[in-house]
Design a protein around this ligand. Structure first.
Ligand SMILES: CC(C)(COP(=O)(O)OP(=O)(O)OC[C@H]1O[C@@H](n2cnc3c(N)ncnc32)[C@H](O)[C@@H]1OP(=O)(O)O)[C@@H](O)C(=O)NCCC(=O)NCCS
Length: 187
């Protein structure tokens, strides 16, 4: 399916109504444009990124103490703390059972994209504690979360508001829109 920039923009407005209203809190983290990224899950290669870990590194849905998660989120990105309100599934990387990496796994629902009815899922707000970065934990966690969406029969995986485009491209995600505080930056 070929989706134009205009169609992605319409989709963006559908799932983020009022986003470019002047009083909308866009949670800008950097003084540079942010990106929206998509991955067609029918084309997702689950072997795109591999890393070997020792046995004390594990991955899975969070089903324990929410306070531990909030403390980790606070260390990684304090402005995300209110977003982790306990209503969304959270998938994590653990070292010795402790959370070191996290992301939300959200259902964004059914949408019409270029006349086709599609289900969209989103692994959002991914972060790794600074002292555990560059070991492959965050990317394997996000690869697994993407695989979970694919296996749950979502058609597309969508990542909203990211600056880490080169990192996400390693999993096959593509930039479909860039924007700044004033609105979409048309290419
Ligand atoms: C972005 C972030 C989640 C990366 O976590 P991480 O656990 O360090 O990432 P990984 O170690 O799994 O990265 C895997 C690979 O990507 C590389 N990489 C790490 N950060 C990268 C970046 N910002 N850009 C490009 N490549 C990166 C690693 O060197 C590693 O390379 P390899 O191919 O040699 O294995 C982490 O830096 C973070 O928490 N940042 C703050 C929150 C944030 O901006 N999140 C982005 C939301 S999408």
């Amino acid at each position: 399916m070929k989706v134009t920039e205009k169609q992605w923009a319409a989709f963006f407005n559908e799932i983020n109504p009022g986003f470019f209203d002047p009083d909308h809190d866009k949670r800008m983290q950097k003084d540079k444009p942010s990106s929206e990224m998509f991955l067609n899950l029918r084309e997702f290669d689950e072997n795109c990124y591999e890393k070997k870990f020792s046995e004390n590194v594990t991955f899975g849905y969070l089903n324990k103490d929410h306070d531990e998660l909030l403390a980790v989120v606070k260390k990684v990105m304090p402005i995300w703390v209110p977003l982790f309100d306990g209503r969304t599934n959270v998938y994590c990387g653990f070292v010795d059972g402790k959370i070191v990496s996290f992301c939300m796994v959200e259902d964004l629902g059914e949408h019409i994209l270029v006349g086709e009815r599609v289900n969209i899922g989103s692994p959002g707000c991914a972060g790794t504690l600074p002292e555990y970065r560059n070991r492959g934990i965050g990317l394997v966690m996000l690869r697994n979360a993407t695989k979970i969406l694919r296996d749950a029969k979502y058609d597309y995986s969508y990542i909203h508001h990211t600056y880490e485009t080169e990192w996400l491209k390693k999993l096959g995600y593509e930039v479909v829109l860039c924007w700044d505080e004033r609105g979409i930056l048309w290419s």
